[in-house]
Write a protein that binds this ligand. Structure first.
Ligand SMILES: Cc1cc2nc3c(=O)[nH]c(=O)nc-3n(C[C@H](O)[C@H](O)[C@H](O)COP(=O)(O)O)c2cc1C
Length: 343
């Protein structure tokens, strides 16, 4: 772990997981970095210029290193008109027709973000949902930027290393939020963290970052003993005072048990782990009609936003990992970092 922390100029091998969706504030990111971890700004669902503003806000709050995470665009399969109509009947709030996402739009957004990240001289970037293309990797490496990929299987980890990633997040099936899976798998690609690290460790030379269900020192210790060089922790930081997650969301994290989360495609079209709520229970039977990512995400956005505004957790995406049963209080980031690192 010592070498990896030295490489990133951080004191503790604790990375606050990038979490798209608005919960991660510049204050949260800066506090994690300030207390010796690596704060992460999530650029998913954020407009490029807003990402720039957030980067500048974090820089004003801390001079410590932090990273920015970017979604790598994927092809959007054709959407059947009857499937759109099916969901329009089921959604509590209707999407507007002009909201349909395009693949070109995703690529434009990605390229604008990469250009801004270069302009803002962000030293560490992480990616999820795919491996960036060779041209992007080459351009970023030429500028000396440290690149982190996300893998959910041994095959993905090997590919990311071969393509030039400097470190790899191993996302176990316990993890909250979206799966980073990007290669086809014979099975479900839901490998638990212990077995994933154990499989990848003998094969990869780059540093490995363990993610999924880690909330305390015991979890960190196991991950490091198995050979991880650092950990990436998400849900524990959602339940912090600096997090902008809605109060009902924080309350749900405090109340739910580790067994009360499930993987669903119902909110976004891509598999993600969240606390089971009414929408997940009632719509589970329609998983096979779900629109491809990110169309389902865009289609459910007005409903999720309205639910959040009303303080109604029934139709919100309550992304959370399997470690929630051990989260009992909303602490400051300072207290969380202290709990995770005190000897
Ligand atoms: C609300 C939420 C949003 C997330 N958004 C992202 C994201 O934008 N990019 C990313 O690489 N991972 C994202 N993740 C996954 C995390 O990087 C990480 O794998 C996960 O939080 C680890 O599991 P834990 O939540 O049990 O600690 C998200 C997770 C959560 C809970």
């Amino acid at each position: 772990m010592g070498e990896f922390t030295a490489l990133l100029h951080i004191k503790h091998g604790i990375i606050q997981a990038p979490m798209a969706g608005g919960a991660v504030t510049p204050e949260l990111i800066a506090a994690v970095s300030q207390y010796g971890g690596l704060g992460s700004l999530a650029s998913g669902y954020v407009k490029p210029e807003n990402m720039r503003q957030q980067i500048r806000q974090v820089k004003q709050l801390t001079s410590r290193p932090f990273q920015v995470n970017v979604f790598v665009p994927e092809p959007i399969p054709d959407v059947k008109t009857e499937d759109l109509a099916f969901w329009e009947k089921r959604l509590f709030v209707l999407p507007k027709a002009h909201m349909m996402p395009s693949e070109q739009g995703l690529w434009d957004d990605f390229e604008q973000k990469i250009n801004i990240l270069l302009e803002e001289e962000v030293p560490i970037l992480s990616f999820t949902f795919a491996c960036p293309n060779e041209q992007t990797i080459h351009c970023l490496k030429q500028k000396g930027i440290f690149l982190i990929g996300t893998a959910t299987t041994k095959e993905e980890a090997l590919l990311l290393e071969e393509k030039g990633m400097d470190a790899i997040v191993l996302q176990g099936s316990e993890a909250g939020g979206h799966r980073g899976t990007f290669l086809p798998s014979k099975g479900d690609a839901l490998q638990g963290l212990i077995s994933l690290i154990s499989d990848v460790k003998p094969l990869c030379r780059v540093p490995l970052i363990a993610a999924g269900g880690i909330t305390d020192q015991a979890g960190i210790k196991v991950a490091l003993q198995l050979g991880a060089d650092a950990v990436q922790i998400g849900t524990r930081f959602l339940a912090s005072q600096e997090s902008a997650a809605a109060d009902v969301y924080k309350k749900a994290i405090l109340q739910a048990e580790g067994s009360e989360t499930a993987i669903t495609r119902l909110f976004s079209g891509k598999r993600a782990r969240g606390i089971v709520n009414q929408w997940m229970e009632e719509e589970r039977v329609h998983e096979d009609r779900v629109l491809p990512y990110p169309v389902q995400h865009v289609w459910t956005t007005p409903m999720r936003k309205a639910a959040a505004a009303e303080g109604n957790s029934d139709q919100m995406a309550l992304w959370a990992g399997q470690g929630i049963g051990r989260i009992h209080s909303i602490l400051t980031v300072e207290d969380i970092m202290h709990e995770l690192t005190q000897t």
